[in-house]
Design a protein around this ligand. Structure first.
Ligand code: UDP
Length: 326
């Protein structure tokens, strides 16, 4: 299939582009490089430097590459930042995506797979969380992704759009050639590994008074290559006029302190951790019930073990201490 990947210079988007090419799909990446890295885009993919809201450049990419489906990763994705800059999040994640759908429909593209998030669930009533759980985001970031999913549901019934929203829990790990390089870095595992490498003095643990066994927040870490595989499957099962959503996680939660302990074990290095205040918008526990993805996407994570996830991230970090470079 000819696939347009927005955000294909980013972490999950670039590794999914790699997976699409390996499956024989053709890929054109659209990315404005506001957070992505040109060097992360796989060699076999075409590249268009553009904002997803740019109807002219995106329209050109759709026509030039005879695009049949869109994988939409391009978004702002930080819970804390979204609470500080809400309008930027609505603008980029909601308005930008709506302009992208408008361009897609104008060019006859009705197949989309989008990055969504466990942040849709807020503080869930039950854990592990099924897709049928109440959707009650506690952050602007989560709210923008909920609005994105709702727009796709209406476009299914009104315009025949077939979509799959993939609700990631915590993306982590690296492929042999691509990894996580956010500037500034805010995600737990890369921060812990920077501390292990001596590139930062310590790790701040955001909150130790959550209602969890050790008081620190619990997350379900899922390997980025397993996320990539789910996107390829989602593309292949899309049905016109149907909007679906799947959780992607391993069903196993780890606290911040447990992640730090695993990183100490994997790296053999000392890591200093210091308790800090909670971060706004962070729920105490997010763990996926991903039974639907296992069943309907035939999805089996190949790296369910946190040690393995951290080890792949550590390998990439050691091979690329400066990430994608200056
Ligand atoms: N976290 C932390 N210290 C850090 C970064 C993150 O304690 O320097 C915590 C954060 O509060 C959350 C978990 O680690 O409970 C995962 O955060 P991350 O930003 O990696 O992903 P998110 O859950 O926001 O998608």
């Amino acid at each position: 299939m000819n696939v347009l990947v927005t955000g294909g210079a980013g972490y999950v988007g670039s590794i999914t582009s790699e997976a699409l090419l390996a499956r024989g799909h053709r890929v054109v990446v659209v990315d404005d490089l506001r957070t992505g890295h040109r060097d992360a885009v796989p060699e076999g993919a075409a590249f268009v430097l553009a904002d997803v809201a740019d109807a002219e450049l995106v329209g050109y990419a759709l026509e030039e590459h005879r695009v049949e489906a869109i994988l939409h990763f391009a978004a702002s994705s930080l819970v804390g930042e979204s609470m500080a800059a809400p309008l930027d999040y609505f603008d980029n994640n909601v308005s930008g995506a709506l302009r992208l759908w408008r361009t897609a429909l104008r060019h006859g593209v009705r197949r989309v797979v989008v990055s969504s998030t466990a942040a849709l669930y807020g503080t869930p009533d039950e854990v592990p969380i099924p897709e049928t759980a109440r959707l009650a985001p506690e952050s602007v970031y989560g709210e923008t992704k909920l609005q994105l999913e709702r727009a796709l549901q209406w476009l299914a019934t009104t315009a025949g759009v077939g979509s799959v929203a993939l609700r990631y829990f915590n993306a982590a790990g690296a492929s042999p050639t691509r990894g996580e390089d956010h500037r500034p870095e805010t995600h737990l595992i890369p921060i812990v590994l920077e501390a292990a490498a001596g590139r930062r003095p310590k790790v701040a643990v955001f909150g130790d008074d959550y209602p969890t066994p050790d008081g620190t927040a619990v997350r379900d870490y899922v390997h980025v290559e397993d996320l990539a595989a789910a996107h390829v499957r989602a593309l292949e099962i899309l049905e016109p006029g149907v909007a679906r959503a799947f959780n992607l996680g391993n069903g196993q939660g780890y606290s911040v302190r447990q992640v730090i302990d695993v990183a100490r074990e994997v790296t053999g290095r000392d890591i200093v951790a210091e308790t800090s205040p909670r971060r706004a918008g962070d729920p105490p526990v997010l763990v996926a019930d991903a039974a639907a993805a296992r069943r309907d996407l035939d999805w089996t994570p190949r790296h369910p073990d946190l040690r393995d996830i951290v080890a792949t991230a550590w390998d990439w970090h050691r091979a690329n201490p400066e990430g994608y470079g200056a």
